[in-house]
Design a protein around this ligand. Structure first.
Ligand code: NAD
Length: 385
């Protein structure tokens, strides 16, 4: 069976789906590995390192013409979609709940689509495949560094002959995987850190990192399914925003990471909350997206300075900016999933298996993932009415 690694093409994407170390593991499992020329360059894995690990470096055309399984970090671009053939499989982070049309296109082309973001994360045998977690860890780490870089003062308490600098007060809103890693990194840089989340379970995790957990008096417990948060009602959201504003104004740096699966990121920092911050404050919005992020006025991929001197950084895809670490982790995740799916030198699709039920999106010409199929059906019903 031939497994191929493509060169990512999305703007700013520096990750690669397999690194030489994982090529070696797949070779040991009897798989042949093809690598698109230059696939690992941006993550500092040269073609030669793949060849040494037992892969064949090849052209784009040859890769799509001969591969059985194509491994990617994010979704295939239009050119790649045109080259995928019936019977081939593509595995990557395809975000089918935000982009169900891609799943339909792949199904129509007879391509099997497998998406790591559907993995049942609480299943212990799936943890080594959990790319959402590994990439959120990298992104959370980088968010603290991005904040430190943009902040005009020190993070730690510094006592020098030239005076004493007080530590930065940093608040992390949304303390899941990325938020906890941002807290840990900011603490190591010496900031005084607080955290807040709507899932009550996160209080203990925040405190175990030596940060203070902020509890709101209007506190809603919004634990949803599978360890995720649920979307707040409009009243809950208004109460939360109003109460958070006072906490935000007392902090120098705010990092937001809040996400609700399949929904646009919740707005946690309103324009009024930004206006109440001191000049020189920094906000890093990891939820920044074209649909809006966690912070009013954040622009994906840009740093905006408000009239009152607050820098709002729309931090998109931070994991891609630490490409070697994120690719190393992603490669372990995707190869663990791949090996789980392979039997007798072929992919064995069986959606009665817990893991496969979560990750297999399209197979045999159909969109087989129920949640994705439901989104597509709802859309056609809307168009029909
Ligand atoms: P996520 O990226 O979906 O969201 C980030 C955080 O934002 C979450 O903590 C969420 O509660 C929070 N959030 C959402 N709406 C909010 C709001 N209105 N206000 C404040 N915070 C809000 O989450 P994630 O980082 O992927 O992790 C979610 C959960 O899954 C966590 O409980 C994590 O521990 C759990 N998890 C478990 C495993 C496992 O068991 N192996 C693996 C990964 C994650």
């Amino acid at each position: 069976m031939k497994v191929a690694v493509v060169k990512e093409s999305a703007p700013g994407e520096r990750r690669v789906a397999l690194v030489p170390e994982t090529v070696q593991k797949l070779r040991q499992a009897g798989l042949e590995v093809l690598v698109e020329k230059g696939a690992g360059d941006s993550a500092w894995f040269p073609d030669g390192a793949y060849t040494e690990a037992g892969a064949t470096v090849t052209t784009t055309d040859n890769l799509y013409a001969t591969a059985d399984v194509v491994l990617t970090v994010t979704r295939p671009d239009e050119a790649a979609l045109g080259m995928l053939r019936p019977g081939q499989a593509v595995i990557g982070m395809l975000a089918p709940l935000t982009d169900p049309h891609l799943a339909r296109t792949l199904a129509e082309r007879g391509v099997t689509a497998i998406s790591l973001d559907g993995l049942p994360r609480t299943l212990s045998r799936a943890q080594g495949m959990d790319a959402l977690t590994s990439q959120a860890n990298v992104a959370g780490y980088k968010a603290a560094l991005v904040a430190a870089e943009a902040y005009g003062r020190f993070f730690p308490l510094l006592i020098t002959a030239a005076g004493t600098a007080r530590p930065a007060k940093l608040l992390v809103l949304g303390t899941g995987v990325a938020g906890l890693q941002a807290i840990g990194t900011a603490r190591r840089l010496g900031a005084q850190v607080s955290g807040y989340d709507v899932r009550p379970a996160s209080k203990g995790e925040v405190e175990s990192l030596g940060a203070t957990f902020i509890e709101l008096t209007s506190a809603v417990s919004a634990a949803g399914e599978g360890g995720y948060a649920r979307e707040l009602t409009a009243e809950e959201r208004d109460a939360q925003q109003a109460e958070l504003a006072a906490h935000i104004a007392r902090h120098d740096v705010v990092i937001t990471t809040a996400q609700v699966p399949g929904r646009r990121p919740p707005l946690l920092v309103t324009a009024d909350a930004v206006a109440a911050m001191a000049p020189g404050s920094v906000i890093v919005d990891m939820g920044a997206s074209p649909l809006g992020g966690n912070v009013a006025g954040s622009v994906p991929g840009e740093a905006v300075v408000t009239a009152n001197g607050v820098t709002i950084i729309g931090a998109e895809n931070l994991a891609a900016s630490v490409p070697t670490a994120s690719s190393n982790a992603f490669a372990r995740n995707i190869s663990a999933l791949l090996l789980q799916l392979v039997a007798e030198d072929a992919l064995k699709i069986d959606t009665t298996d817990d893991i496969q039920a979560g990750v297999v999106v399209a197979h045999g010409g159909e969109v087989v993932h129920p949640a994705v199929a439901k989104l597509l059906a709802a859309e056609s019903a809307n168009q029909g009415s």
